[in-house]
Structure formats: structure tokens, C-alpha cells
Design a binder for this molecule. Sequence first.
Ligand SMILES: N[C@@H](CCC(=O)N[C@@H](CS)C(=O)NCC(=O)O)C(=O)O
Length: 210
Amino acid sequence: MKLYDAAWAPNPRRVRIYLAEKAISIERVAIDLRADEQLGDSYRRVNPRGTVPALVLDTGEVIADSVAICRFLEALHPEPPLFGTRAIEVARVEAWTRRVEQDGYAAAVYALRERAPRFADRALPGHWPPVPQIPELATRAATMWTRFAAALDERLAESEWIAGEGYTFADVSALVTIDFARAAALDMPADAVHLRRWHAAATARPSAGA
Ligand SMILES: N[C@@H](CCC(=O)N[C@@H](CS)C(=O)NCC(=O)O)C(=O)O
């Protein structure tokens, strides 16, 4: 197997943190997003979408999505479980991961890609004809982020980790999202004490440096 990876980008980091938590080692190939290597012919022969991460299997099949890569690896290496074990745990991890993506990660992407000059005409990631920015979505992002941070703070007032007692992929997704959102000037509110407690604990895990 070979993992196409990229520094600083959130979805590749999700996979790296997952791999570190599971102590799984996979050969990695670094793609330089700042040089737009993901859009070049060579990488697009691996993943025509022009996005990272992508996992190339020994059969040649390519999994070009961070969550799908982690779920594939979870099926191969179930211990320690990061997607839950009991039915209700699996449902909680899934529900929170989707909420993090739809409410938090989407807000961070809107705030960054719909406004930053370097993403002009590249409002969507990967290989597309020019996609113009919609600055109103960057404005909407602030509202989404406020609601997301409040919901997460409320959840973490009642639970040590996002999906329950143990660290799961929902925590991986939220950590990556919160760190990424700072690049778009979206941060944890000062009074979100439970969220801040959780963020410090997640950041203290060795996997956070992956
Ligand atoms: N749903 C995909 C999204 C992949 C994605 O958007 N990757 C970004 C980096 S986080 C990318 O490749 N961006 C390239 C670009 O902006 O051209 C996943 O979870 O892997």
C-alpha cells in the first residue's frame, strides 16, 4: 500500500493521526499542495480528482477519501477501535464525525476558500474548471462556526471525549477541524471551557503531532 499525503492540509492529517493512534505504518508519498502538485498530470493519474489523501492498494485500486481510508484500515486492524465497537458506539462516532464535517469543517473551508485571494477561482478543492468564490459563504461561516463550537462545548460538558468515554475518530476529525479553522481566523470561544479542556487533552496525545 502507498499513501499520498500532504503537509498541513486537514484531510491528510486526519489519516496521519489515525495511523499514529493505531500504530500502523504505511509507505507515504508527499504531494506539495503549495506547488499545486495535486493538479499535475502525474498525481492525477493516481487520483483524477486531484485531492489528497489517496491510498493505493496492492491491487492497484485507489481509495481517495480520508474517512474511507480510515474505515478500510479499521476493517483490517480493528484494535484499538476508533470507530466504536458496540452498535450505539458506532452510531455516536458516525453522528459526531458527520456533524464535525457538516457544521465545523464546512465552516472552516467556506471561511478560507470563499475569501482568500490564493483560492480565487478555486473555491472547490481539486481538479475543476474555474470555480468562482461566493464571499457571502465566508460570512455565513462565522455563524456556522459559532453554533458548532457551542454544540461541541455543550457535548464536552457531559462527556470526556466527543463520542463517549474513549478517544475516537470523531475526536480526530474535530481536532483537525479546530486547528485548520484557525488559519481562517475561526477559533474556540474564550468561554468554551469544556471545548478548550478537550482540545488540550487531544493535543497532548502523541498522535496530534503526526
Ligand atoms: N472528502 C475528501 C476531501 C479531500 C480534500 O478536499 N483534500 C484537500 C486537502 S484537505 C485537497 O486535496 N485540496 C487540493 C486543492 O485544494 O486543490 C477527503 O476526506 O479526503
